[in-house]
Design a protein around this ligand. Structure first.
Ligand code: ADP
Ligand code: ZN
Length: 618
């Protein structure tokens, strides 16, 4: 195998016909011994960039990956392809460890996955120094960044690789890293002499939608019912308690919803993760403890019921949907309460002030994204330094343009109300004041005598709520939890108060009435069928292939996608191979998979020819 070219390996082992994007350049660069930083969106195909060089260069490729729980699936997927690989981590029994060591010494491994803490152990390094190494691949490399959202202290210590193994190429890979983080990765891992391969960030198959929180559970239900019944998805919540509550309520509504958080018993946790990976139609309701490194390619939706911490975190979490390139959804419900919740979380954390300031800035960028009236995708891509088209036609603001209105007067009234009352009251109090609803407290503080009292009568309470929310999200009003929910003015509000700057509000959509909600269709019975499969016989055949895959996966206790991805099954329906040679033309069928599964799937396809003979419904 070591004498084959990269392209031969791609075709023979992985069963793909061509490289994508920068893959070929990266792979050749690493094969020739160069260091590299690779930034590519999730699903773009980063793994091949180190897997193929590991197979071609002499020696074993060592892959540093942060999550042990998922190494098993990665190793299994490679073994199915006939690649010799193993994992070394704390989940290994002493016997397994000895076996891996023996394989290393015998030089029979192409790839070795290790957890960072294991790699840092003295004995591991001693062992690695005695065997030929092809390369080091550092996956999820943004974890080295101290200012990033996934900082892992062990990753910082990976700077020893350059010292202890100066001649072994290092390739660092991640899906999310802004410019400063990229620099940090390069510095930490000493990639200065290497090359940077920065791919685009766009995930065109993911559609983005953000709704205003108004009865969260009903909104979530409405969203989930629109998804096909065999779709897997993740619902993210901030607190452990909330994951359990929502999972429970979804179960009552007939969904297969499983909670997942760091506080659950580890056997329950891994059972839930396994069910998510292996069954169809499972929804995991999780804290962000769930998901990093999850390679499941057919996650069809990611729903956030609370604000993520930053655009980076949001993009990474939503990026877990649709790795297979088929259509997927990212949904987020957000409201004013989320802003103060996140602010207070940052303020009450034990981080140093500099870090808190960074976190507040990152949150502000995310709020800007939530409130934008522009194309969501364009806002994200600009944040990552790209120059995208103005519209993507695959996000809520493109598909249902948001009306805006110029609101200098309203913005000034809201800001004055805060100022005149001494910057210590919450939104509800100020809204009553502006609308001229005098409560005993207003009387007590003499605020019903203020000149602005009742000056905002013409707008409803809901409208004022929206005005305050947007001014807070824009950073003109501070809702500091240390101020007990009281609102105060930020420096940036001055030009508005002076009338030097205008403020454009987004028109929030009308609230749906509960009667309308009832009419929503239940979760569609129809299974997820890709658009490329047009006719009924094609769809039936696709279902048959899926059934065969499920049965084979069950037999071996592996996730179905480890056998074949949905895309490969779709391609089988389209290519309709009738023998082994034709089967190799299907994308995702290489030699090893052909040997293992070719016959089984060819039989299903042959039976499908009879179905095809039926008159088409279209
Ligand atoms: P990433 O690690 O960047 O998120 P993966 O390496 O998991 O992405 O690849 C995403 C999917 O794309 C996988 O199913 C992989 O097999 C597939 N893939 C990668 N490269 C190619 C290619 N050149 N042609 C077809 N499919 C590919
Ligand atoms: Zn758009």
């Amino acid at each position: 195998m070591k004498t084959e070219s990269a392209l031969q390996t791609l075709q023979g082992v992985f069963g793909y016909s061509d490289f994508r994007g920068d893959q070929h350049r990266i792979i050749n660069h690493v094969i020739e011994g160069g260091d590299a930083l690779v930034i590519m969106p999730t699903g773009a195909g980063k793994s091949l960039c180190y897997q193929i060089p590991s197979m071609i260069r002499p020696g074993v490729g060592v892959v540093v990956s942060p999550l042990i729980a998922l190494m098993r699936d990665q190793v299994e997927a490679l073994r199915q392809l006939g690649v010799s690989c193993a994992a070394l981590n704390s989940a290994c029994t002493p016997e397994e460890k000895r076996e891996v060591e023996a394989q290393l010494r015998a030089g029979t491994l192409d790839l070795l996955y290790v957890a960072p803490e294991r790699l840092l152990l003295e004995p591991t390094q001693e062992l690695l120094k005695t065997v030929p190494l092809a390369l080091f691949a550092i996956d999820e490399a943004h974890c080295v960044s101290q200012w990033g959202h996934d900082f892992r202290p062990e990753y910082m210590q990976l700077d020893m690789l350059a010292e202890s193994f100066p001649d072994i190429p290092r390739i660092a890979l991640t899906a999310t890293a802004d410019q400063p983080t990229q620099n940090e990765i390069v510095e930490r891992l000493h990639l200065g002499r290497g090359e940077r391969f920065i791919g685009g960030f766009d995930r065109p198959n993911i559609s983005y939608e953000i709704v205003l929180k108004q009865g969260l559970f009903q909104q979530l239900l409405q969203f989930l019912r629109k998804q096909e019944s065999n779709s897997s998805g993740i619902v993210y919540c901030l607190s452990r308690k909330k994951t359990e509550e929502i999972a429970h309520k979804l179960q009552e509504e007939g969904f297969t919803a499983l909670p997942y958080h760091a506080g659950l018993d580890s056997t329950i946790r891994s059972r839930h993760q396994d069910r998510f990976l292996q069954e169809e139609g499972v929804i995991v309701v999780a804290t962000i403890a769930f998901g990093m490194g999850i390679d499941k390619p057919d996650v069809r939706f990611v729903a956030h019921t609370d604000l993520p911490k930053s655009v980076e975190a949001y993009y990474q979490e939503t990026g877990r949907a649709g790795r297979d390139g088929l259509p997927a959804k990212a949904w987020l419900a957000y409201g004013m309460g989320d802003i103060s919740q996140m602010r207070s979380m940052i303020d009450s954390s034990e981080s140093e002030p500099r870090r808190k300031a960074v976190e507040h800035r990152k949150l502000n960028a995310l709020l800007g994204y939530c409130e934008t009236v522009k194309c969501r995708r364009s806002v994200i891509l600009k944040y990552f330094g790209e120059t995208p088209p103005e519209r993507c036609e695959n996000c809520d603001t493109c598909l249902q343009p948001v009306a805006t209105w110029e609101g200098l007067r309203e913005a000034q009234l809201a800001l004055s109300a805060i100022y005149r009352t001494g910057q210590r009251f919450g939104a509800a109090y100020l809204i009553d004041l502006l609308r001229g609803n005098a409560t005993p407290r207003h009387e007590q503080f003499g605020h019903s005598q203020l000149q602005i009292f009742g000056m905002g009568k013409e707008r409803s309470q809901r409208e004022w709520h929206s005005i305050f929310r947007q001014l807070i999200a824009a950073g003109h009003i501070t809702n500091d939890i240390a101020n007990f929910g009281g609102l105060s003015l930020a420096e940036s509000s001055k030009p508005i108060l002076k009338g030097e700057e205008n403020f454009t509000f987004r028109q929030d959509p009308e609230r749906k009435h509960s009667r309308e909600r009832k009419r929503d269709t239940p979760r569609e019975k129809r299974a997820f069928v890709p658009e490329t499969l047009r006719s009924e016989p094609e769809r039936l055949l696709y279902e048959e292939l899926r059934k065969k895959r499920t049965a084979l996966a069950k037999e071996q206790g592996v996730p179905p996608y480890v056998i074949f991805h949905d895309k490969t099954l779709i391609d089988m329906v389209l290519v309709r191979p009738s023998n082994e040679t034709e089967m190799l033309e299907v994308s995702g069928v290489g030699e090893s998979k052909l040997k293992r599964y070719g016959k089984a799937f060819l039989e299903v396809l042959a039976a499908g020819e009879e179905i095809r003979a039926l008159p088409s419904s279209e």
